[in-house]
Design a protein around this ligand. Structure first.
Ligand code: TYD
Ligand code: MG
Length: 450
């Protein structure tokens, strides 16, 4: 009888230990190490088995490239993030919080595709998926559904069906017969992923794995999962808002600077082609406390509206609350304003909000954040035809940011009259209409705006 082998894995980062301990040395988390039963059926990791046969070193110029024909997903946003479609034989991990729309995104994509797809669901029944498919427009005759969680069954089904694309919803529900630990455990996830990756590379069938996200925001399961796959996509957004952002965290076949933006509607996700339009509220009157930042997410320019509310603190310790922006960064900017520009904000509550429910951490937002705080504090509105793009340093200096040209072009496209940037920004090729104002310190911003 095979001897039962036991190992201890950190459920947070996947590090393995010969015996239990309280703290994971690899990631520093406490109480994350759990016992898992593993039983190896064959020596060596399964991922290695096929690769080792008939392998000899080759010169780079001797390797013949089979013509790489990417499968277009027919979804412009998804294609953009993937780098022009799905590469045959690639494995893509799509992560996101529960309920954000991962299953919807995948189902919608495969229903637009002309390719034969096998959609494996370990979470929902076929009836539930059918109900969702009915809400989304699209063809239903090229997609095959299977409710299964056992990888051996899935691999068997694959051999029968021979689909052009395989979707696994989700990797955390799978289990393999080779290992005894429960589904969702680190060793199961790793083993199942490795079996599927092996298959993808061998049969040249692309596989998309849907994965859940844990509290810390990383994909639940071992970090190694992210290392094993070719691309890691993150689907994020605020569930109370309709907008969702798709980013590539890793992409072996394309850039990680691209961004896809969707809006969740009653009949599925709609790609948003002009995001700047939706991220600014459509009010014509000038209200105090709002400023527009010319931001760039990856390679995509976005004009984002920032709203601030500064009011006298009712309690002893003033509140600093942000939505979609880092509270630490806000505190830093408030300290700079206090020290370098002489604004007394220590006894004020400050609330900061980025419209649209998206989270941005572009340093170029600094100037607009400061402008909106000043505007609210002084109760003087900022002209809605002006936008801002610069970082602020601890000395109160206004610093240049990346891709200024892109920001200016977007601001001009959206009909802004002027944009405020840092004095140190290198020369920009002159735009036609928009006025580019350069400043050096936040004191100059105060003079310029009020
Ligand atoms: P789902 O794809 O099930 O999320 P995930 O797989 O990431 O857990 O999406 C769930 C949410 O999406 C659900 O709360 C309802 C919403 N939704 C719509 O608003 N419109 C739609 O057409 C669909 C299919 C879902
Ligand atoms: Mg789902």
């Amino acid at each position: 009888m095979a001897k039962t082998k036991i190992a201890f894995y950190c459920q947070n980062c996947g590090a393995s230990y010969p015996k239990w301990q309280g703290k994971c040395n690899a990631c520093g988390e406490w109480n994350t190490i759990a016992e898992e039963v593993i039983e190896k059926s064959s020596p060596g990791s399964p991922g290695m088995s096929r690769a080792s046969s008939k392998n000899s070193a080759q010169k780079i110029n001797q390797i013949d490239l089979k013509e790489e024909t990417r499968i277009s997903t027919r979804d412009k946003e998804l294609d953009r993030v993937l780098g022009n479609g799905i590469v045959p034989g690639s494995v893509i991990l799509l992560g996101g919080e529960p309920g954000i729309g991962k299953s919807t995104l995948m189902l919608q994509m495969v229903m637009q595709l002309d390719k034969k797809t096998l959609y494996i669901s370990g979470e929902e029944s076929l009836q539930q998926i059918k109900l969702r498919a009915d809400r989304i427009e699209g063809k239903q005759d090229t997609t095959y559904l299977l409710a299964a969680t056992n990888t051996q069954k899935i691999l068997h089904q694959l051999e029968n069906e021979k689909p052009d694309l395989l979707i696994i919803d989700s990797i955390q529900t799978l289990h393999t017969d080779r290992i005894d630990s429960s589904p969702g455990s680190i060793s199961q996830i790793r083993e199942c992923a490795s079996e599927l990756i092996d298959l993808a590379k061998h049969a040249q069938t692309p596989v998309i794995l849907i994965g859940h996200i844990n509290k810390q925001g990383s994909i639940a399961g071992p970090k190694v999962l992210e290392h094993m796959v070719d691309a890691v996509l993150q689907f994020e957004g605020d569930r109370n808002h309709a907008y969702r952002i798709l980013r590539a965290q890793k992409n072996r076949f394309g850039s990680t600077h691209e961004l896809g933006i969707y809006e969740m509607e009653v009949n599925g996700l709609r790609p948003v082609s002009n995001p700047s339009d939706i991220l600014m509220s459509k009010v014509d009157v000038n209200l105090s406390g709002t400023a527009i930042a010319a931001s760039v997410e990856g390679m995509r320019p976005l004009l984002i509206e920032i709203q601030a509310l500064v009011s006298s603190a009712v309690y002893g310790t003033p509140q600093r609350t942000t939505t979609g922006y880092s509270t630490k960064r806000l505190n830093m900017l408030l300290a700079v304003l206090e020290k370098r520009a002489g604004f007394k904000l220590a006894a004020k509550d400050v609330f900061l909000n980025i419209t649209g429910g998206i989270h941005v951490d572009d340093p170029a937002l600094d100037l607009a954040v400061v402008a909106s705080i000043l505007s609210s504090s002084e109760n003087v509105p900022i002209d809605r035809t002006t936008c801002l793009a610069a970082e602020i340093g601890l000395a109160g200096e206004v610093r240049p940011v990346q891709r200024v040209q892109l920001r200016i072009a977007e601001a001009e496209k959206m009909g802004f009259d002027s944009i405020i940037i840092s004095q140190q920004t290198e020369k920009v090729t002159s735009p036609t209409k928009i006025q580019v104002k350069r400043i050096q310190t936040i004191n100059e911003l105060v003079d310029l705006l009020f």
